[in-house]
Write a protein that binds this ligand. Structure first.
Ligand code: MRU
Length: 339
């Protein structure tokens, strides 16, 4: 069972299910090359997630679900396959959410396809809800890549921007480069250029300067895990941006599907933060610029406290000043809608 045309997002396809194998757009090679990596087993899928072939919380969840489908079709030991996938990356809860949803699925292929198509539908719904928050002519700052590349399609934060554009608004994007892995410079800039959405690239440390000059109207980002009180883990540097937005009186929006919420965590202090290899800090590709012997920290995510978030946009609407109660209510609506 492949995906039919209407289930398949256009124009960027990060995750392609072909019925017997998974194709992942190799995001390590963007924007220079658009090539796909083929996975035929859960182990290959786990390696692709760990090595950043596929990245972005919802896309990781979709890939893991198809990894479990392949394990089940091959007759592999499902608990081993699940353990491998669960070890691939720690922060994005969508991975664990997808593995839980796959556990015990009667028809694993149909379950994985549903995870994928639901994510695409959620992104489109978030786009429609979020677009109402975007003023005509808005200059929108975003961080990392929360676009089609990071989801089943359309994107979360970039989905809101796409939907605002589709609603006829003239919007422009300020993409933070997102040190050290450069998801903003390589991926968000690429997605926006592909679609002729005006985009300006800046280094992360230029954000405050642009805000202080009145050159930014709002900030919108995605999320990797949102605790029950609204504390939000996202790409490293997001917290700094939220503080800056607060200082400058700018709205700071988070767009994320319900699969990104972790109701089991009371607040953000319990969110596991991935530490990535030192080599990402000491250089890039073959180029090394830091001296041998220097010690390095490379946390890949940070946590933005809920009180710095103006609103969280989900597929069920806009939660202003998000907190325990509004989040519990929205999660309950989500559970009802899947019954
Ligand atoms: O390390 P990455 O590239 O997987 O980090 C991705 C992010 O931080 C995204 O902002 C987040 O996953 C939301 S994607 C819709």
């Amino acid at each position: 069972m492949g995906l039919n045309r209407t289930q398949r997002p256009q124009p960027v396809e990060a995750v392609r299910w072909l019925g017997d194998r998974l194709e992942l757009l190799d995001q390590r090679k963007l924007p220079d090359e658009t090539v796909y990596v083929t996975c035929r087993t859960a182990a290959e899928t786990a390696t692709a997630i760990r090595d950043m072939v596929v990245r972005g919380a919802p896309a990781i969840g979709c890939a893991a679900a198809f990894g479990m489908t392949m394990a089940s079709k091959r007759g592999d030991i499902l608990s081993d396959a699940e353990a491998l996938l669960a070890q691939s990356r720690p922060t994005a809860v969508n991975l664990f959410w997808a593995l839980e949803r796959m556990r015990g699925a009667q028809d694993p292929e149909a379950a994985a396809v549903a995870i994928f198509t639901d994510d695409l539908a959620s992104c489109r719904a978030m786009g429609l809800h979020g677009a109402t928050l975007i003023p005509e002519g808005a200059r929108i700052m975003t961080h990392c890549n929360a676009g089609a590349l990071a989801t089943a399609g359309h994107g979360t934060a970039l989905g809101v921007i796409r939907s605002a554009r589709d609603a006829g608004k003239n919007v422009s994007v300020i993409a933070n480069e997102t040190r050290p892995y450069l998801q903003g410079a390589r991926l968000t800039a690429w997605e926006m250029v592909q679609e002729n959405i005006p985009v300006t690239l800046i280094a992360d440390n230029m954000a405050g300067h642009l805000m202080s000059r009145g050159e930014v109207d709002l900030v919108i980002v995605g999320a990797d895990r949102i605790a029950a009180n609204g504390d939000t883990a996202n790409k490293i540097g997001t917290y700094t941006l939220a503080v800056l937005a607060n200082r400058h009186g700018l709205p700071f929006y988070v767009a994320a599907p319900l699969s990104t919420f972790d109701a089991k965590l009371a607040d953000g202090s319990g969110i596991p933060i991935e530490e990535r290899p030192a080599a990402e800090m000491t250089g890039y590709g073959d180029k090394r610029w830091a001296p041998q012997g220097v010690s390095v920290r490379n946390p890949a995510f940070d946590v933005t406290p809920a009180d710095l978030i103006t609103a969280i946009i989900t597929e069920h609407g806009v939660m202003r000043a998000p907190g325990r109660e509004s989040i519990a209510r929205t999660l309950a609506i989500g559970r009802l809608s899947t019954l």
